[in-house]
Design a binder for this molecule. Structure first.
Ligand code: NAP
Length: 534
């Protein structure tokens, strides 16, 4: 069986801490196929010199990256994209074996990784031969025209520690790495242990291809031990995962004491709101139904951006129920390696238990319209009783006004809940806002006034909104797809973080510095054309 190793301080390390060990977490070090429960790999435990790993990344990796221009770093990031794409089929097979992914799910993750890398490669190339960014225009600071101030942004001189969730081992690793490397910061990346096979193989490919400078990308298999205790004010920590882990990590004594910059991408109770103007035979309505179904079943609902709350005008609920239930009935649940299977298992036994418990919690206030309690009788192509399967479950709250759990508890699986509402924008906004901050919500309507009211009403609570209108059908990816051009993250429950968004994503890894001084000196230093600025 394959042993997954860490790549630290420029070499492969047999071991790594047991998952979360230094911070009290449990150990689960054998990786399995969630459809068959057969072991596919193991992560060996053992001592790691985290101080050395951090120092190596900071010095060797950081110095090498900062010596390059944005355009040169962009070329590196672009080369990573090509590397991942060249090994697409191998990585898809690993995602099916270790992630419970259908082929479509696996492509979504792996193409998301190569696509984001490619996009950031282009961002870097467009920035040209410069090693710092000029932020805005110089401002005259007093009556004297000589005394001006200019903001610039330079790479931080530390290391970027990335801790990722289990659901997107490829995209999660590379969307963060793309931005940090382009900004000039070396990365220590840690995938979630349960689905680490894809990320581990990507790391092997990167090392074998010798694309990156020594120390630019390090990889942690298993837990991070006391890694965070070695971080300081030049370092950053970017976390994706559950709110509980995010809160615990950002409250770590050393992280707080040394002002380590932290970004958290956490839970989200994303909503889809159907406008009352969309007739059942309209393109906009079909788009809405297709997006809800995709988000319920793609990656078995294990997407941070998946639609969890479905707001439907009360007099349209019956039709929506019929359409969703009929379409859900056609989805086969089983071995994701089979072509005829539309949805695989969730990633782990624990995940299965959490989802089943979450469904039970939601059912205290909601009726199950499809999928009952989430049990799957026979999973297609799997020995009876094996695999971490959960049926898609569609619920409807009994009382939209008093329901609480649906706004408080993210069930990270193939589960969505219909919430009837009046059809008025202000009512929909008030209901969605009860989720206390999310990554993305979507609104489906052809009524521009309604879309406007919803957009301005929902924007304060979200990092991203998707406005689905009839004419957009066939032209857009759904709200569940995170795009490198747009910011990803959200306030409140979603962690309060922000990633991606093209150039905006670089800010996390750069230090913005205001420089005040004599105008001709500042102009000479900072107002160079990119080709002269190296
Ligand atoms: P999780 O249990 O919080 O784990 C996330 C990561 O944190 C894993 O790599 C895990 O490593 C690590 N971790 C756990 N305990 C740790 C500790 N004591 N010290 C250092 N690292 C530790 O979350 P998950 O179950 O993987 O992911 C599901 C959640 O992530 C969902 O709530 C989902 O909404 C959220 N999510 C959010 C986004 C987003 O972009 N906002 C994207 C995807 C997922 P081990 O696996 O080794 O324990």
């Amino acid at each position: 069986m394959k042993t997954i190793r860490s790549y630290l301080a420029g070499g492969w390390v047999e071991g790594g801490h047991k998952s979360g060990a230094a911070l009290g977490g449990a150990a689960a070090q054998t990786l399995v196929n969630p459809a068959t429960e057969e072991p596919v790999a193991e992560v060996a435990g053992g001592p790691v010199d985290w101080g050395r790993a951090v120092a190596h990344a900071r010095t060797r990796g950081g110095e090498a990256l900062r010596a390059l221009t944005f355009a040169e770093r962009g070329q590196l990031v672009k080369a990573l994209s090509k590397l991942i794409h060249a090994h697409r089929d191998e990585l898809i097979a690993l995602a099916i074996a270790n992630g419970g992914n259908t082929r479509g799910d696996a492509k979504f993750d792996i193409d998301g990784a190569s696509g984001t890398l490619a996009a950031y490669g282009e961002v870097g190339i467009a920035l040209g031969k410069t090693k710092f960014l000029v932020d805005g225009e110089a401002a005259q600071l007093t009556r004297s025209v000589r005394f001006v101030g200019q903001h610039i942004a330079v790479p931080r001189q530390g290391v970027a520690v990335h801790i990722n969730a289990f659901n997107f081992p490829a995209w999660g690793m590379m969307e963060k790495a793309a931005v940090a490397l382009l900004a000039g910061m070396p990365v220590i990346t840690k995938p979630a242990t349960s689905t680490a096979l894809v990320a581990a193989r990507m790391m092997e490919l990167v090392v074998e291809a010798k694309l990156l400078p020594d120390g630019a990308l390090s990889f942690v298999a298993g837990g991070v031990g006391d890694l965070l205790a070695h971080l300081d004010g030049q370092d950053v920590l970017s976390f994706t995962g559950s709110s509980d882990t995010g809160q615990m990590l950002r409250a770590q004594k050393d992280v707080v004491a040394r002002s380590v910059r932290v970004n958290v991408e956490a839970d989200s109770l994303n909503a889809a709101v159907l406008g009352r103007d969309l007739a059942r035979d309209s393109e906009g309505y079909s788009l809405f139904v297709a997006d809800v179904l995709r988000d319920m079943t793609q990656k078995a609902g294990q997407k941070c951006t998946a639609i969890r709350r479905v707001l439907v005008p009360a007099d349209m609920v019956e039709g929506v129920r019929e359409d969703l239930v009929e379409r859900l009935g056609a989805i086969k649940v089983g071995d994701p390696a089979r072509e005829d299977v539309g949805m695989g298992p969730v990633a782990t036994k624990k995940q299965q238990e959490d989802v089943r418990a979450g469904i039970a919690r939601l059912r205290e206030e909601a009726d199950s319209l499809f999928g009952g309690d989430g049990s799957v009788g026979e999973a297609v192509g799997v020995p009876t009783g094996k695999g971490f399967f959960v049926s898609p479950v569609l619920l409807q709250v009994r009382d939209g006004k008093s329901a609480r759990r649906v706004h408080e508890h993210e069930v990270f699986g193939p589960v969505a809940t219909i919430i009837p509402y009046s059809g008025e924008a202000r009512d929909a906004v008030a209901i969605v806002a009860r989720g206390e901050g999310g990554l993305v919500s979507s609104v489906y309507s052809d009524d521009r006034a309604f879309l406007g009211d919803m957009a301005f009403g929902l924007a304060p609570y979200h990092g991203r909104l998707f406005l689905g209108s009839s004419k957009l059908a066939g032209h857009a990816v759904g709200p569940g797809t995170v795009l490198p051009q747009l910011v990803h993250g959200g306030p409140g429950r979603a962690g309060g973080g922000e990633e991606l968004g093209s150039l905006r994503g670089l800010a996390f890894y750069l230090q913005r510095t205001a420089i005040a001084g004599d105008k001709p000196i500042l102009e000479a230093l900072f107002n160079k054309k990119p080709e002269d600025a190296a």
